[in-house]
Write a new protein. Structure first.
Length: 319
């Protein structure tokens, strides 16, 4: 696996992630579990984006010092493009989280705990899958075509599913848990498992956490091949992924009341995945500069968001 990162850069990144997670846990949860206000979520979201952009600037400076200005710019653009793609896909992930929280009526204080564990799980999962993907790509170039075909299929499926409310009652994981696990009839604070009447019972919070873990797996499988179309450097892939995920909790509370206003975003994400999949399939024939890829992604996401705001979703009349 070829990478621009030295052992010191890996160590610095790992230390930064640990510090960022600790800061998030201690400061955002200051005063105990509470309802996160829009102002608080906005401040944290802006802060996470600033940290991610600052890291990109540092990466640019390091690469320029080592390989020259042109190469430094290329690497920084790869990082920025990957970050934008992962951040956009994370928004769709948030909408799924919101649907789960609404369906299971998760109390506001407990949402933070679930989101914290979801973020930690997503970081670990992406780390494992990124290194596995990098090893496979280093040994088998044809894996790129598999990734490309998979992204094309995912993009078409996302387009077909956009605008439709998922049927959680038909979810196989939820149906399996209801058949095989003893569940409580309500929440028990922030506990996942309790013992009642001598029987180990699982709370609705455990069910939500399990469904979020499955969602993390699905989104990781979708998003990681997408960024390998931009760069094959595991350091750039991992850092752009992690910084996109770190702000997930704050972004959830920021977008929780605005989901309906971005109703066309899934269509834009579907087009992005199709574009990236096609780019992967044609990688040995057509080589698009990173700046072009970044411009296409920005244009698609920007147009989708603008159209969502200009054409608000119509409310479905009550039956």
């Amino acid at each position: 696996m070829e990478t621009i990162a030295s052992p010191l850069m890996w160590t610095a990144f790992g230390g930064l992630v640990v510090v960022a997670l600790l800061a998030d846990l201690m400061l955002m949860r200051h005063g105990g579990p509470h309802r996160v206000t829009f102002k608080e979520a906005l401040g944290w979201s802006v802060g996470w984006v600033a940290v991610a952009l600052a890291f990109g600037g540092w990466l640019w400076w390091i690469a320029a010092q080592r390989y020259g200005d042109a190469e430094g710019q290329r690497i920084a653009l790869e990082y920025l493009t990957g970050y934008l793609i992962e951040k956009s896909l994370a928004v769709d992930n948030i909408f799924v989280f919101l649907m789960l929280f609404t369906y299971f009526a998760v109390p506001e204080p407990q949402r933070q705990k679930v989101l914290v564990l979801g973020v930690l799980g997503a970081i670990v999962l992406r780390g494992v899958m990124i290194f596995a993907g990098a090893v496979l790509l280093a040994k088998f170039h044809w894996i790129l075509y598999v990734f490309g075909a998979f992204l094309l299929l995912t993009g078409f499926k996302m387009w077909a599913a956009a605008g439709k409310q998922p049927d959680l009652e038909a979810n196989p994981v939820l149906r399996w848990m209801r058949r095989h696990l003893a569940l409580t009839d309500g929440y028990r604070g922030d506990a996942f498992v309790v013992r009642e009447g001598g029987i180990r019972r699982y709370t609705p919070l455990f069910v939500v956490m399990a469904l979020i873990a499955v969602t993390d797996v699905i989104f990781a499988v979708d998003s990681i091949p997408a960024i390998f179309a931009i760069t094959k450097d595991p350091f750039v892939v991992l850092t752009s992924n992690v910084f996109a995920v770190l702000g997930l909790r704050a972004m959830f509370f920021l977008l929780a009341g605005l989901a309906d206003r971005f109703h066309l975003l899934p269509y834009g994400l579907a087009v992005v995945l199709v574009f990236i999949g096609a780019k992967m399939l044609a990688i040995d024939v057509i080589h698009l500069p990173v700046m072009v890829s970044l411009g296409v992604v920005v244009a698609i996401i920007g147009a989708t968001v603008a159209l969502s705001l200009l054409r608000p979703q119509r409310s479905t009349p009550a039956a």
